[in-house]
Design a protein around this ligand. Structure first.
Ligand code: PLP
Length: 405
């Protein structure tokens, strides 16, 4: 595009931008983002406050307390940071690890590998351990062997792995890591509000999550909290070995949130103010329903969906029920079905979107769909609607096949 010849380009732009962008409404039964809670949607269009307004500081305080409630923690260093959950993941790693230290990542599926890639790129010694069977839990013995072998400073585990739809039991892992002088990072992007999770009781050092999953909030903002042990490391390194990222430096984030500074808020970057309204509204919705009831709703939805899937003759990827995550369920694609065509059919005919696999390019991984029912979509009626559409899509392909015989 030659901007010097602005006249024709300008006319074209006027034509292109003549109308507001109006997305079609779809039922997002995917691993995220999920549909927004209508009250959250409304909150996003509230008038903008300056990030230096005392009323804005009040908002930050309320959000901090709300995240502490969701995470079940008393940690002072608890924030909502600008960026999707990947930025929280990277923030956790680059604040805790010093150059030359070792990161250990437990790999269930896609996310453990992503963390390992991130760790290597950031220049840390990075090791992984991997389970052979899909969705299998790591045992405390396996973890202890890895801690002995690699002597990591930090270990990452994904509580709810959305790439497979499995959940890792966290009991005892924090205590074990601390016995080996290792800090524990837990990824709760999908498990928050879908599965029991208690940051302080589970001795987790950094816990992070995203807004666009079971909170039914907007993407682009994430939640993160640091234990006292983690904060000690972050503070002690601030002068001798500052973290390599300016944007993600938690010492600066804390100052912007009025911590360690006599409640003075220091400019770090312009926060995503409207997204903060969104996360505030999303947390309020959870508080109104009660966190334990939200978790129960997701667990019930899981059992209902699994039963319906099996009733229509389909099979689940993860064998053991206790290893299956609530909020996302992986369903094997039958050999006679084209998985992508089926997704397309449901999307165009019924406005329902289900997810494909993040591991589709791996020839050792069977083909499966991922059905998400997060936040407002953890609902019996929406699940039944999805199953009906799925059943019709299967029938349509099988009828077509018969017609060709
Ligand atoms: C378990 C898990 N961790 C991390 C992420 C990354 O989140 P985001 O896409 O918001 O950066 C996702 C996203 O789906 C996820 O499911």
């Amino acid at each position: 595009m030659n901007l010097m010849k602005s006249e024709p380009d300008h006319r074209l732009m006027i034509k292109t931008f003549q109308e507001d962008f109006m997305p079609h409404e779809k039922l997002l039964m995917i691993p995220g983002p999920t549909n927004l809670n209508p009250n959250v949607l409304q909150s996003l269009s509230k008038p903008l406050l300056s990030h230096t307004d005392p009323q804005f500081y009040e908002l930050l305080d309320q959000i901090q307390n709300g995240i502490r409630y969701l995470f079940q923690t008393n940690n002072p260093y608890t924030f909502a940071i600008t960026g999707s959950a990947t930025i929280a993941m990277e923030t956790a790693i680059c604040n805790l690890l010093l150059p030359g230290q070792t990161l250990l990542s437990l790999v269930h599926g896609y996310w453990g590998n992503r963390v390992a890639t991130m760790g290597s790129r950031l220049g840390y010694n990075t090791n992984i351990i991997q389970n052979n069977k899909f969705g299998e839990n790591f045992t405390l013995i396996q973890i202890e062997n890895a801690l002995r072998k690699y002597r990591p400073s930090v270990m990452y585990v994904c509580h709810g792995d959305s790439s497979l739809g499995c959940v890792q039991n966290l009991n005892g892992i924090g205590k074990l890591c601390h016995r080996y002088n290792c800090l524990l990072i837990v990824d709760a992007v999908v498990s928050l509000c879908t599965t029991q999770l208690e940051m302080d009781n589970m001795e987790i050092d950094v816990l992070f999550s995203g807004c666009q999953k079971a909170l039914s909030g907007p993407p682009g903002i994430s939640l993160i909290s640091f234990s006292d042990k983690a904060v000690q490391i972050i503070k002690s390194r601030s002068n001798m070995c500052p973290i390599s990222s300016f944007y993600m430096d938690i010492n600066l984030v804390a100052k912007a949130w009025g911590l360690d500074n006599n409640n003075v808020h220091t400019y770090h970057y312009t926060p995503a103010i409207n997204l903060l309204y969104g996360i505030h509204a999303a947390i309020r919705e959870i508080i109104n329903e009660d966190l334990s009831k939200v978790i129960e709703r997701h667990q019930k939805a899981k059992h209902h969906l699994e039963k319906q899937i099996q009733n229509i003759g389909l099979k689940l990827l993860i064998q053991e029920s206790e290893n299956r995550l609530a909020g996302i369920t992986s369903v094997l694609i039958p050999d006679d079905i084209d998985g992508n065509m089926l997704i397309q059919f449901m999307y165009t005919k019924h406005d329902i979107l289900i997810g494909g696999s993040l591991l589709a390019s791996d020839p050792n991984v069977p083909k499966f769909w991922r059905i998400g029912y997060l936040g407002v979509n953890a609902d019996r009626k929406k699940i039944n609607q999805t199953i009906e559409s799925l059943q019709e899509a299967l029938q349509q392909q099988r009828n077509k096949f018969k017609a060709h015989l």
